[in-house]
Write a protein of this length. Structure first.
Length: 204
């Protein structure tokens, strides 16, 4: 559409509505071949959008039917996708992939990687080669979305007070990584100990 100098606004129904408007306008000078090609692209896009909605619906129903995944949704910055991937990455609790939350955070890539030498555990840089870089990216994106809401209003919980202070000292990106790290450790504790997460509200 941009190649044809046609701008699209989400306020007017999105790209599908915009394409339909273009196809229904005879005065735009598009040839029959061009209209046919655009129509084909629109049909493919419509199928893709419906498929994504179907996948999302399947995920929502799977999480709703799984108690452990469902309770992970209470964590800040954790939606349906992050809840499922956190559950799988942490070993589904009973498998016991990790012995502690710090190991899980290090494997996903939000804490310095651990190295063992002579019986002593040492910490190195995070680096760009992590075992689960996709989940790391998704958790940080979720954390950034949470931070975007928090900075616009007064803190309501103790964690939000901590986040606001961290943002002022280190910036939003650093705070997002720190929140993702805390999210992984909290999720690990919830899955291994069978606990529920509840944010500690500030005293009135």
């Amino acid at each position: 559409m941009l190649e044809l100098n046609i701008r699209i606004s989400n306020r007017k129904g999105g790209i599908i509505s915009a394409i339909e408007g273009v196809l229904e306008t005879p005065e735009n000078g598009l040839s029959a071949e061009c209209r046919a090609a655009i129509h084909t692209a629109k049909e493919q896009l419509s199928v893709l959008i419906k498929s994504v909605h179907r996948y999302d619906d399947c995920l929502d129903k799977s999480v709703a039917a799984h108690p452990d995944c469902k309770k992970l949704l209470k964590l800040e910055g954790v939606g349906t996708t992050n809840a499922v991937n956190l559950y799988l990455a942490l070993g589904c609790a009973e498998i016991g992939t990790f012995s502690r939350g710090r190991d899980a955070s290090a494997c996903i890539g939000v804490t310095p990687i651990q190295y063992s030498s002579g019986g002593t555990v040492k910490l190195g840089s995070i680096g760009k080669y992590t075992k689960n870089s996709l989940l790391r990216s998704q958790l940080i994106c979720g954390a950034m979305a949470t931070i975007g809401h928090i900075v616009k209003r007064e803190a309501k919980t103790q964690k939000e007070v901590w986040l606001k202070a961290l943002i002022e000292r280190r910036g939003k990106k650093c705070a997002a990584v720190a929140l993702a790290n805390k999210t992984i450790r909290t999720a690990f504790a919830m899955l291994t100990q069978g606990t529920e997460y509840k944010a500690v509200l500030l005293a009135v």
